[in-house]
Design a protein around this ligand. Structure first.
Ligand code: TXA
Ligand code: MG
Length: 332
């Protein structure tokens, strides 16, 4: 795969032109966003979209997000633009928010997995915005990792997961937010949170002037809910166990006796016998989120068989982190 280094704040026009040419030709470009790296293709070209599913090994019933350069471009993908979409788009775009609205006829079923709605986001990363502005179509982009694997927050993570499956990778260094966008469904009578993410729930509720319905541990819609589909996801190779602080020492002891190579993702730094690789995470939720995938990649690369995660706090600010860790720890 071709890799081009780009300046994260002032992307070189030649790199953007090269990436745009790949997209115009129906190819795949891995691009940085402020949340995670995305695997991009022309969202209006069903064959290009199909290549994304093939590269990720992603089931075809899991819909993709269309990325646009502006709010105005986003409106064109909708058959109906709800007032709440205008409010939230005005307030939070470009940024880590994805809105689900009724889809316009020109949006291919392949993108939405046959759903009558489309998910749209205007990302904030200067490289993503430059690329989106350089083409005259929206760009479909799921996270640039194999299906169910850890999301990528650096170009190295993309190389590790998708080598040989991407035409061009734009390397702009680490993604600042480090966790996916917040997904809100505005296609029904009330806004519904489909995935907690980098944009805090409290900010959404404040902008909407009403509480938003959400259920801890539910992600997105699939056109044909399949058993296990909403289970294991965002997972490292290692087995991940979420452990309450009080039980850490004991669990570490048991796992170490079993001969597992142990890693730990901690919020404090208690000495843990038998744990070889310890990452101490930032104490605040956004800081923790920004390091979450990178730390799990690191522990995976270190050869850990088991990763013990000190349970993060409850409460809304931690919803996205808890959601990802819970999914990563599932065995189904
Ligand atoms: O931050 C992000 O959102 C990253 C970057 C690359 O933009 N993208 C990302 O895409 O996380 P992906 O494909 O990994 O997650 C897309 C989420 C899924 O939970 C999917 O079910 C939901 O959006 N989704 C997409 N289209 C939908 C629709 N029409 N209705 C409901 N949920 C939808
Ligand atoms: Mg993903």
């Amino acid at each position: 795969m071709r890799v081009l280094k780009v300046d994260p704040t002032n992307p070189e026009p030649e790199a953007i032109a090269a990436a745009a040419a790949v997209l115009v030709a129906g190819g795949l470009v891995a691009m940085p966003t402020e949340t995670v790296y995305g695997l991009g293709a022309n969202a209006l070209d069903p064959e290009a979209v199909e290549r994304i599913f093939a590269a990720k090994g992603r089931p075809s019933f899991n819909p993709l997000i269309a990325h646009c350069a502006t709010l105005e471009d986003a409106r064109r993908l909708a058959s109906n633009w709800p007032a709440a979409a205008e409010t939230l788009g005005e307030r939070f775009w470009p940024g880590p928010l994805t809105l689900v609205v009724p889809k316009a006829a020109e949006v291919p079923d392949r993108l939405t997995a046959g759903l009558p709605t489309v998910a749209i986001r205007v990302p904030e990363h200067p490289v993503a915005l430059a690329l989106l502005s350089a083409v005259d179509f929206p760009v479909a982009a799921p996270s640039a990792n194999p299906f169910t694997g850890l999301s990528p927050t650096s170009a190295g993570h993309v190389v590790k997961g998708l080598t040989g499956k991407v035409d061009l990778l734009l390397d702009a260094g680490a993604s600042a937010l480090g966790i996916e966008s917040t997904v809100v469904d505005l296609s029904g009578p009330r806004p519904v949170l489909l995935r907690p993410g980098a944009l805090p729930i409290a900010a959404l509720e404040e902008a909407l002037g009403e509480p938003i319905a959400h259920s801890d541990g539910y992600e997105g819609a699939v056109s044909r809910p399949a058993p296990g589909m909403i289970g294991r996801h965002y997972s490292p190779r290692a087995r991940l166990r979420i452990v309450s602080p009080a039980d850490l020492r004991e669990v570490a002891g048991v796992e170490a006796k079993g001969g597992a190579a142990l890693g730990a993702l901690l919020r404090s730094s208690p000495p843990l016998d038998g744990v070889e690789h310890v990452v101490t995470m930032p104490p605040d939720a956004p800081g923790y989120a920004s390091r979450l995938y990178a730390s799990l990649h690191e522990l995976d690369d270190a050869g850990c068989d088991v990763i013990l995660v000190e349970e993060p706090p409850h409460g809304l600010p931690w919803a996205a982190v808890r959601d990802r860790l819970t999914r990563a720890s599932r065995s189904d």
